[in-house]
Design a protein. Structure first.
Length: 390
């Protein structure tokens, strides 16, 4: 019998996160800091809107682009970040994950190179490969907050480079790109005529200031695909609702793929997301604010705790992850995570899951209760002390 599996599917490595947590699933009494999912329940007003939609019999397809009222509210919301995309330049997607896949498949031709900050979210690289492109890591260092620099970009750009992923606030590092740093890399993007795929799913989880979108710069008009969604800030991961915005030519290409694959996002999830925006999300929805304040409290606790352990640790400025280095302990992140799980029953994600430059790091999510965070970090601190004594 012939081999029916495609070469692309064969060559793609399984998710480093899922691979590790298959082991976790078989262990008992484990405290996990591994999953990037809010521990909050979706706010009631949003849940109620979804329930009402089902009760009213709203169980049909919407238009491929998604409900017009929701797209209009998204357009208003983006204006709070000085980003101008109309409802007609927006597609509602099944989570930001679908939007990422659509973006790469719509713009990447065979052999095109796509720059990806390293470390970064696990899906970018395989999605580029599935689209026929070549993912090119851009090394980012904790010494400068895991920011992109003109020098780091220039060092990897070739005549085949077509696009750059711009994933800030960043998973797994918690790094952000403030306005002054974005201004420094825009000339490089323009010089090499690059498209920017800006994943802003953690925009609302920016601490100590307001998120700055690269799409807000006038020079970037026509060369940004903006991706976001409701999973993180609204605690709506299971609703699978996201969106993508772009200029019409690129958006039309994405829409064709969306039509043939997904058709549309679930209608009741769209109604739920719409309620969140209508309840005042644009002006600061109180439930979202409360969650963000709690994440900020946990963030500071985690940063101080890891620093006290003597681990090199960048203070995260966005998302809900912290990314300490374990290199001083003479271990890779994978070695540390494996032994920590075995000896102390705490699960963290090896930094190598997010790229080769995450080799000596671990990712810890603080989207967990303070009780769990305190217990987990107590165990980690004990583990670190034991390693230092040996």
């Amino acid at each position: 019998m012939r081999d029916f599996v495609s070469k692309k599917a064969k060559n793609i490595k399984p998710s480093g996160i899922r691979k590790f947590f298959d082991i976790v699933a078989e262990s008992k009494d484990v405290i996990s800091l591994g999953v990037g999912e809010p521990d909050f329940i979706t706010p009631w007003d949003i849940r109620e809107a979804g329930i009402k939609a089902i009760k009213k019999g709203y169980t049909q397809y919407t238009s491929n682009k998604g409900m017009i009222p929701l797209r209009e509210e998204i357009s208003k919301y983006l204006k709070t970040y000085s980003v101008d995309f109309s409802a007609d330049q927006t597609i509602i997607t099944v989570g930001a994950s679908e939007a990422i896949d659509l973006a790469f498949r719509a713009v990447v031709d065979e052999g095109d190179e796509v720059l990806i900050p390293d470390p970064s979210y696990v899906s970018y690289k395989p999605c580029v490969e599935l689209a026929g492109g070549v993912p090119v890591p851009v090394p980012c260092s904790g010494k400068n907050g895991f920011k992109l620099t003109p020098e780091s970009l220039e060092s990897v750009i070739t005549p085949k480079t077509k696009a750059i992923v711009f994933p800030y606030p960043n998973n797994p590092t918690g790094g952000i790109m403030e306005r002054e740093y974005i201004e420094k890399i825009i000339p490089v993007i323009l010089k090499h005529d690059l498209l920017v795929i800006s994943d802003e799913i953690y925009a609302e989880l920016t601490y100590g200031g307001k998120h700055c979108s690269i799409a807000s710069f006038s020079q970037m008009k026509g060369r940004v695909i903006l991706i976001s969604g409701f999973s993180k800030a609204f605690a709506m991961t299971g609703w699978r609702i996201g969106f993508v915005c772009a200029e019409q030519e690129v958006l039309s290409a994405m829409l064709k793929i969306h039509q043939y694959t997904t058709i549309c996002a679930p209608i009741f999830s769209q109604y739920a997301a719409l309620e969140g925006l209508k309840q005042g999300y644009v002006d600061g929805y109180s439930a979202v604010k409360e969650m963000c304040l709690e994440y900020d409290r946990r963030r500071l606790f985690m940063y101080k705790t890891f620093t006290k352990m003597g681990l090199e640790c960048f203070e995260p400025k966005g998302s809900f992850y912290i990314f300490p280095s374990v290199e001083s302990l003479g271990m890779t992140g994978e070695e540390f995570a494996t032994k920590l799980l075995e000896r102390k029953k705490v699960a963290v994600v090896p930094g190598s899951a997010f790229g080769e430059f995450g080799k000596y790091y671990i990712r810890c999510s603080y989207a967990y209760s303070m009780k769990n965070l305190i217990e987990a970090t107590d165990r980690i601190a004990e583990f670190v002390r034991e390693l230092k004594q040996n």
